[in-house]
Design a protein around this ligand. Structure first.
Ligand SMILES: CC(=O)SCCNC(=O)CCNC(=O)[C@H](O)C(C)(C)COP(=O)(O)OP(=O)(O)OC[C@H]1O[C@@H](n2cnc3c(N)ncnc32)[C@H](O)[C@@H]1OP(=O)(O)O
Ligand SMILES: CC(C)C(=O)C(=O)O
Length: 556
């Protein structure tokens, strides 16, 4: 078996929805939808090892902390683990006042009965019933006509109504899903929902939740949006229903479908954190929420400590969050490549200069700090990196701000090391090669022991220093117009080392009592070679002396 030359003999294109006056393409999402987390149900049912009670409890607490107000806590008729966990939530009073729990059940009387029993006594709860309605499921799974499928939905609603009456102390709400909605005839899905509404008699004040799943994603997201707009327009009693979206990610567009579905008129989004769920997963609530956030809309979900969220999700699901998962992945705020690093570094500098709150950093759609991430990992260095990369790392790690021209000089040393090691360079690797290239570690040929600076009556400066050469301390001096030129003169007169300073810069490293200074000099030696020297010291003047000696050592 291999891929077909003509896949059209095996697969059919998905039909368009006849909706020429569709409105959704010109709408925008301006407020957060209602969210339902289905991590503990749709997510859980897709795990290799479903969560035990401890993991479920941790997940539940996490969802409450993130700010979810509606949580599908399980499928109580699946077995004792599910049922007992849900009962314990109720019996032990672990459901916060502002959180409503929901459970799922097939449209079968015994299962619905168990579902109500699992939640009885809760202040408020949602029971969610489903049955598949599309042609493939009708014929293959149920072997039923449309009328019989609609009857399953109607009977399910009757069981809901009757079971709810058994436990009047709970404020029951209902959700109905025409499962496989996106591959079903739209008018038939509407007919099934109408049948359920006829039994349950929702009101504007107490609406039913109608959930319209793309159980298996089968079309481009625009078609799903058309289906949602069509449904919203043609459902009798639309104002007595909350329209919920439940997308899967079989084509990789579960998030897009949910977003377009919201534009098409839906009120609520169901999904899982980081898109866990059957097969390719459910709609990712983190992504939809933070997509809203980056449009300036409060998602009403709190991902300020996204690493903590990931840790719990990975522990409970026993599945890793992909390192490139939108917003949360370990690598999503990291640039390895030279031109990205350059742009990001400039972006941070521009942001600091502008000093306003608007976020505008190239290649970073969101401020990592909003999600509790530091800027350190924003730029990492390997053989694909450029000057901006190591310059950023040296600045973050050591507080060094290399002059632009010196970055070019240092660049080939970093590149050589990256090629030699064939792996990412850590901050320590870069700092090590920097110390070596600019001769920061003793012993060096010319080693400063001590110095004094005097001012001549004619305004010139005299450098009087003790310099160790090959273990011998020598007292030397020289005169110049300033400290640097007097050190240059000392080197020339005392040791015959001639160099011309072409460029000099310095800056403070850190602040307060621990502040130090870094000085950088670009020099031309007598033989025409261009060398760089670096000096670091508590005292800025001493840093510049060290920088000149570092350049002189390069000439050896
Ligand atoms: C799209 C979704 O994600 S839906 C959610 C799916 N989640 C789960 O299934 C997880 C929990 N489920 C379970 O633990 C089990 O399926 C149980 C305990 C609920 C039921 O198990 P079983 O009684 O063995 O039934 P099973 O799940 O195999 O379902 C098959 C039967 O139910 C019928 N059925 C399936 N779905 C539905 C439905 N929504 N409403 C009514 N009947 C249904 C099938 O037609 C089939 O009937 P048949 O035996 O007459 O052919
Ligand atoms: C039960 C429904 C909502 C479901 O999980 C799906 O269709 O994917």
């Amino acid at each position: 078996m291999a891929m077909l030359k003509n896949p059209g003999i095996k697969y059919r294109p998905f039909p368009q929805v006849d909706l020429p006056d569709r409105q959704w393409p010109s709408r925008t999402i301006t407020k957060a939808p209602r969210w339902l987390s289905t991590d503990m149900r749709d997510g859980n049912q897709s795990l290799i090892d479903p969560m035990d009670a401890d993991k479920k409890a941790r997940f539940f607490d996490l969802l409450c902390k993130v700010g979810l107000k509606e949580i599908e806590v399980g499928f109580p008729s699946a077995g004792a683990t599910e049922y007992d966990f849900i009962r314990a939530l109720v019996d032990e009073g672990r459901i916060p006042e502002d959180v409503v729990v929901q459970v799922l059940t097939q449209s079968r009387e015994d299962l619905i009965k168990t579902s109500f029993e699992s939640l009885a006594g809760a202040k408020q709860a949602i029971v969610h019933v489903y049955n598949a309605v599309s042609p493939l499921w009708r014929t293959v799974v149920f072997g039923m006509e449309q009328s019989e499928i609609k009857e399953i939905a109607r009977r399910g609603a009757t069981f809901l109504r009757d079971q709810a009456a058994r436990f009047p102390q709970t404020d029951w709400r209902f959700e109905y899903s025409p499962e496989t909605f996106s591959t079903a005839e739209l008018d038939f899905s509407i007919a099934c929902c109408e049948a359920v509404m006829d039994v349950l008699q929702p009101t504007v004040e107490k609406p039913i939740i109608l959930n319209l799943p793309a159980t298996v994603e089968a079309s481009t997201a625009n078609i799903y949006a058309d289906q949602i707009e069509y449904f919203c327009r043609n459902l009798p009693g639309r104002d007595r229903a909350v329209i919920s979206l439940h997308t899967h990610n079989d084509r990789g567009t579960g998030v897009a479908a949910a977003e377009l579905g919201l534009m098409a008129g839906a009120d609520r989004v169901e999904g899982c954190l980081f898109g866990n769920g059957e097969r390719t997963g459910n709609c990712c609530l983190v992504t939809v929420g933070l997509n809203l956030y980056t449009q300036g809309v409060d998602p009403e979900l709190d991902f300020s400590n996204i690493d903590e969220v990931i840790q719990t999700v990975e522990y409970c699901n026993q599945l890793p969050v992909h390192p490139r998962h939108p917003y949360g992945g370990e690598l999503v705020f990291t640039a390895f490549s030279g031109s990205h690093q350059d742009a990001i570094k400039k972006g941070f500098a521009a942001q600091e200069k502008r000093n306003d709150e608007l976020w505008a950093v190239p290649y970073l759609p969101i401020d990592p700090a909003d999600l509790g991430r530091s800027y350190e990992a924003v730029i990492r260095v390997n053989s694909q990196s450029g000057k901006g990369g190591f310059a950023w790392v040296l600045e973050q790690d050591q507080g060094l701000k290399l002059p632009k021209k010196m970055q070019a000089h240092f660049s080939r040393h970093v590149q050589e090391l990256a090629d030699e090691l064939g792996r990412e360079l850590q901050a320590g690797d870069i700092w090590g090669v920097f110390r070596k290239v600019y001769r920061l570690d003793a012993p060096q040929h010319f080693q400063l022991v001590d110095y004094d600076e005097q001012r001549g009556t004619d305004g010139t400066r005299v450098f009087a220093g003790k310099i160790e050469i090959d273990g011998q301390v020598q007292s030397v001096s020289g005169r110049g117009n300033g400290l640097i030129s007097s050190v240059v003169a000392t080197l020339a007169e005392g040791f015959g080392v001639r160099l011309e300073v072409r460029d000099y810069s310095e800056h403070a490293m850190g602040s307060g009592t621990n502040a130090r200074a870094a000085a950088y000099v670009e020099c031309v030696l007598a033989d025409g070679r261009v060398v760089w020297g670096v000096g670091i010291d508590e005292d800025v003047a001493t840093a510049s002396v060290r920088a000149i000696l570092s350049a002189a050592n390069a000439g050896r």
